[in-house]
Write a protein that binds this ligand. Structure first.
Ligand SMILES: NC(=O)CCC(=O)C(=O)O
Length: 264
């Protein structure tokens, strides 16, 4: 199967972001992709100051447009994430749609990004956001996929749970930064891929130095062996990556570390 990583430049104009997402999903479909993946907070700059203003209820404008993108292009769309408002609380939520535009999966980020690195990046999502209640998998014609959002990638026990549930590929809309990105982004994706013997797909926004938060970019795919199949730079770009799902069973057969042993 082919997965498109849409490393989109996110602006402060929500409508412009939605139109750009539509263009990129269309380009992914034209390029033969089966699934298009958008970045974390793709309709809103990644900044606590914007999350409440850009938040939408489930079924709102962004949700509808994502569903249309999927249906019009007959492609799976993992809608990165957006700020969702529910009962006066705001969540960092990802919606996934199948080729007919039906919702397949709805997930709100479990582990909020609260860090304070000495001399480096500080961020406190919990100033505006509420955590979700756990990651899960969704079924596609290719097999089971898992999904987490950005900071979630640091919590191996959650990914082990997705592997035990049968995930062959895990998708991570994310926005690392210029402190932790160079240090940990590729390392974490390769580690999760090797630990769980599955594909890890990370999709970041492009870097925009005009905003307070400078995304690392470097959207990538790591295979079950830990090899990086593709990695972008920091600018807006798109990669369509062929993922051979047989590789999961092959690596698990050669290095049987999972318990109980999983061959698919
Ligand atoms: N948006 C996020 O969760 C960022 C996570 C991050 O940068 C990290 O280092 O972890």
């Amino acid at each position: 199967m082919k997965i498109a990583l849409l490393q989109m430049m996110v602006t402060a104009d929500k409508e412009k972001n939605l139109k750009r997402a539509e263009e990129l999903v269309n380009k992914a479909a034209q390029g033969g992709a089966d699934m298009a993946v958008l970045p974390e907070m793709f309709n809103c700059p990644y900044d606590n100051a914007y999350f409440p203003e850009y938040a939408e209820p489930k079924g709102g404008e962004t949700y509808r447009r994502l569903s249309e993108m999927a249906k019009e292009n007959a492609i799976y769309v993992v809608g990165g994430s957006i700020p969702q408002i529910k009962e006066n609380k705001i969540y960092n939520t990802s919606y996934t749609f199948d080729r007919q535009g039906n919702e397949l999966h709805d997930y709100s980020k479990t582990h909020l990004f609260d860090i304070q690195v000495d001399g480096g990046q500080a961020f406190k999502e919990s100033d505006t956001l509420t955590p979700g209640n756990g990651m899960g998998v969704f079924q596609t014609e290719f097999g089971l996929f898992g999904l987490g959002i950005c900071f979630d990638v640091r919590f191996q026990s959650d990914w082990e749970m997705l592997q035990k549930q049968g995930a062959l590929v895990c998708i991570v809309p994310g926005a690392f930064n210029m402190t932790t990105g160079p240090a940990h982004w590729e390392l974490l994706f390769r580690a999760r891929a090797v630990d769980n013997q599955l594909f890890m797909v990370g999709v970041s926004p492009a870097r925009d130095l005009d905003f307070s938060y400078h995304a690392y970019g470097h959207s990538l795919v790591a295979d079950p062996w830990g090899s990086v199949l593709t990695q972008l730079g920091f600018e807006e770009d798109i990669a369509i990556v062929s993922v051979d799902l047989e590789r999961v069973a092959s690596v698990r057969r050669q290095i049987p570390i999972l318990s109980p042993p999983v061959m698919e």
